[in-house]
Ligand binder design. Structure first.
Ligand code: ZN
Length: 160
């Protein structure tokens, strides 16, 4: 059902400021433009490949229409992308904004970064699926993205 592809990753150390936990995660290595890595608070991960996944264009079009602009919408697009993806096995929605949670306690108050020197590996990273999205009508998709935009405080009046 869900595809996974062998991908070059680089190890990051995560320091949990609230809980003092020290853990490691892996993120995509190299030229990752257009390949978005999503995480959940339980450190589940999945890749959204915007180059080959038509849902990216679809969500982009909906966001542009909802916000009535095309410029400066990329942060909003990224923040609602998870709404168009099937949830992780835990039930959490993937977050593609670059948020890193502590895998031990779930706190989002973390500091993180790569090893020096960088530690690379090859890992099988799952790709997002869109079963629930595909089952929706166009109107339902618009409503879903509209709700997600409101939740993320991406609304029409803006300050940029
Ligand atoms: Zn923690």
């Amino acid at each position: 059902m869900s595809l996974a592809s062998l991908t070059k990753v680089v190890r990051w150390n995560v320091h949990c400021i609230d809980g003092g936990h020290t853990t490691r995660i892996y993120v995509l290595a190299g030229d990752t433009y257009g390949r978005l890595l999503g995480f959940t608070p339980l450190s589940e991960w999945a890749v959204f490949d915007a180059w080959i996944d038509p849902v990216f264009e679809e969500v982009t079009g909906i966001v542009h229409r909802q916000l009535r602009r095309e410029a400066g919408a990329s942060d909003c697009i990224v923040s609602v992308l998870g709404a168009a993806c099937d949830p992780a096995p835990s039930g959490y929605t993937y977050d593609f904004t670059g948020m890193i949670w502590c895998p031990v306690c779930g706190s989002s108050n973390t500091q993180y970064g790569p090893d020096d020197p960088l530690q690379f590996s090859m890992m099988s990273v799952p790709q997002v699926t869109h079963s629930a999205w595909m089952a929706l009508s166009d109107e339902q998709r618009h409503m879903l993205i509209n709700e997600a935009l409101k939740t993320k405080k991406c609304t029409i009046p803006d300050h940029d």
